[in-house]
Design a protein around this ligand. Structure first.
Ligand code: AMP
Length: 299
């Protein structure tokens, strides 16, 4: 039985960092998020790919136990082309080709409708709304987005934010969405618009959790070997919701643990291009780094 439903993009990515370049490699917000969630839970994925999508990538996704009955095939695969300069906290987009995503109508298969944990990963907010309309009564909905949708679909985005439990944004997106330079103000603005919690990701510097009365911050992992941060935000979100779905405990204390698991998986993801690191990551490695995170904070 699947316990986390992920909607987002499954993409072919062209990525350039100071450490190399890869072309048309497997990527997409739903791919990274469901890979990360699969270490803790059994994710099901809703998305679309094109007829050009390589069969071996389907094999890789299935190999992680991710259910793809909600993956449609039409037209040409979504393609993102981006690069990073020496400050690898910020991805710069060269090209976003929506292709089959443009006419994608998200349909939730019957067998997914009672899934209680839902991750609306980065995709058109109208498609995120479509998924929420079709599912039963979820216990927990997390949403992630990015500047592309803030620029192009802000109204729909604000509409879907009203219906969720946790909003994930990076610091730049939080400032942009809520028109303020101050992160705390942006978080409070977000909290008054619907969600019970807001998590602001600060790339290699960690993540901040804001709830109505509390504030927590997780450190970044001091990573020496960073090759490609693509997908780190999605990995963070996927591991976060995957851990919560596994433990079925939505109190603040458990959120904090889920945030650290999110940071652990995201930091591993940056160690190699695309999904290369996650393909070989083990639960032992995740637990080892989780303990290191605990040590970082002891004083
Ligand atoms: P992240 O680095 O976690 O923000 O996400 C990177 C992934 O987001 C890449 O694999 C891209 O394919 C995907 N992506 C890029 N632009 C968009 C977009 N406008 N909507 C949805 N996914 C996107």
């Amino acid at each position: 039985m699947n316990d986390v439903l992920v909607i987002g993009t499954v993409a072919l990515d062209t990525i350039e960092t100071p450490f190399g370049k890869v072309e048309k490699t497997l990527g997409g917000s739903a791919t990274y998020a469901s890979f990360a969630a699969s270490f803790f839970s059994k994710p099901a994925l809703i998305s679309v790919v094109g007829n050009d999508f390589p069969e071996n990538y389907i094999g890789l996704i299935k190999k992680r136990g991710i259910d793809i009955d909600g993956l449609k095939v039409a037209g040409k695969t979504f393609h993102w082309d981006g690069f990073y300069e020496y400050d690898m906290n910020e991805a710069k987009t060269r090209k976003t080709e929506l292709n089959s995503l443009e006419h994608f109508k998200a349909e939730v298969p019957e067998k997914y409708k009672e899934i209680k944990y839902i991750f609306l990963a980065n995709i058109d907010p109208e498609q995120q709304l479509d998924v929420l309309r079709q599912v039963g009564k979820p216990d927990f909905v997390v949403l992630d987005t990015m500047n592309f949708w803030i620029n192009n679909k802000k109204k729909s985005l604000l509409e879907v934010i009203k219906k969720i439990d946790v909003l994930l944004l990076n610091d730049g997106e939080a400032r942009q969405l809520f028109n303020t330079v101050n992160i705390v103000k942006a978080a409070n603005e977000a909290l008054s618009s619907g969600p019970n919690a807001v998590i602001i990701k600060k790339g290699e510097h960690g993540a901040l959790l804001f709830t109505k009365n509390k504030h927590f911050n997780a450190p970044g992992y001091p990573l020496e070997n960073i090759k490609d941060p693509t997908g780190c935000g999605d990995c963070f979100g996927g591991a976060f919701i995957g851990y919560l779905a596994k433990t079925k405990n939505l109190n603040e204390q458990n959120f904090r643990k889920a945030i650290v698991y999110g940071s652990v998986v995201a930091s591993h993801n940056a160690e190699d291009f695309g999904l290369n690191r996650l393909k070989h990551l083990t639960m032992n490695e995740i637990e080892k780094r989780y303990k290191e995170f605990q040590d970082i904070r002891k004083f």
